[in-house]
Design a protein around this ligand. Sequence first.
Ligand SMILES: NC(=O)c1ccc[n+]([C@@H]2O[C@H](COP(=O)([O-])OP(=O)(O)OC[C@H]3O[C@@H](n4cnc5c(N)ncnc54)[C@H](O)[C@@H]3O)[C@@H](O)[C@H]2O)c1
Length: 447
Amino acid sequence: MRKITVIGTGYVGLVSGACFAEIGNRVICCDVDETKIAKLQRGEIPIYEPGLQEMVARNVERGQLLFTTEVGEAIEASDIVYIAVGTPMSETGEADMRYVMSAAKKVGEHLNRYKIIVNKSTVPVGTGELVREVVKANKKSPWTDFDVVSNPEFLREGSALSDCMNMDRAIIGSDSDKAAQEIADLHAPFQTKIFKTDLESAEMIKYAANTFLATKISFINAVANICERVGANVTDVAEGMGLDSRIGSKFLQAGIGYGGSCFPKDTYALAHIADKSGYDFELLKSVIKTNHRQRLIVLDKLREAVGGLAGKQIAVLGLAFKPNTDDMREAPSLTILPELLKQGASIRAFDPIAEEAARKLLPAEVQYAATVEQTVAGADAVVILTEWSDITGMDLAAIRSLLKQPIIIDGRNCFAPSDMEKNGYVYHSIGRQPVNQPEASRQSAVR
Ligand SMILES: NC(=O)c1ccc[n+]([C@@H]2O[C@H](COP(=O)([O-])OP(=O)(O)OC[C@H]3O[C@@H](n4cnc5c(N)ncnc54)[C@H](O)[C@@H]3O)[C@@H](O)[C@H]2O)c1
């Protein structure tokens, strides 16, 4: 049983800590956020992640998982210290390294015996070395030794537990063979592929992987925009492309673009790292630009379909950046809803889980409803922003009867256009031809 401390009890730290406890380690999860730790100590989970409540409860019960705000004490009590604090985007687009540096300082101040310090946060290349310097500068005894490892996280919110328990690889970067082997051994119960490399390459792998996936999304969205113009169907195009095993079918779903806590900030951060290194990463800059434009496409389609937004009642289905999470960071809804209001629409919105988080970030004029039916009642049109199962599984005939006009703008391609046509909807999606579009707006779309 290893003694592990995880600094930062957010989406990554809490899930990783719970999973390390689940495979038999004693884990202390610590955080500077007293409210978060108080909730966890009461058995409440501060985030929505399927299965997490049960796993946390099970390991707390077994005495394998503890929560504290005493970060220093937690560091002293462990041999392996994971840093899993946030690295949000700063105003310049760089990763904000304040939290990582403050965690590293704390580790230095409490380095009471040899420890392996592992960076799980997504950090710019060179951070491992910076962490080493900060720890060295703050440690009390010159004799206490430590090693630094980079072990980036790849979990996806919404399926984080299974991504962690069944991880398909662990990237371990270090200049210490001993420390790298210890972290590899820690991962043995996950029965995963271990890939060992140097610190810098491990840090780069995380950014390269995320920005490559973001590139796939922007690529298929750009293809979708062309499909609309030339009469092709992007769903079929993506399926056909994905049959090529060199391409694969994942991350080829056209829609309103990526959001969330990782892709937006990681794409900006790598573009920034590239600029700083003297390389103009034009491709990545286009990915970012394409994604930004893609968010606004539903607004154009909506305006076109309802004939101007002023005075219209719009039902918005889904607010989180993707289903099965309450994470609202960089959710497309945060761009789209204020723009709808600006253009004079009133909004009633629904999200089965993220409403509480959304209320803190969206303008006060947005109204909320508890069900899809209440949201759409009397609306001039529906906009789908997140493909929650409550939304993809809605009763199309019943919903149609509640709407003032049967117009759906689907930013996530939840439905087959042929079904929508049969159900009498004016239906616009991404990269596919609209159905039941009135003649007048069809002609203006062509123009
Ligand atoms: N969320 C994801 O899906 C995901 C996936 C892979 C990697 N990552 C990366 O993992 C890192 C963490 O992301 P997250 O989504 O868990 O962030 P988060 O914002 O949910 O959690 C970070 C936590 O760290 C705490 N914290 C900040 N400074 C601290 C300090 N000095 N001591 C103790 N606690 C401190 C904060 O209070 C917060 O609770 C980021 O670098 C992110 O890019 C995130």
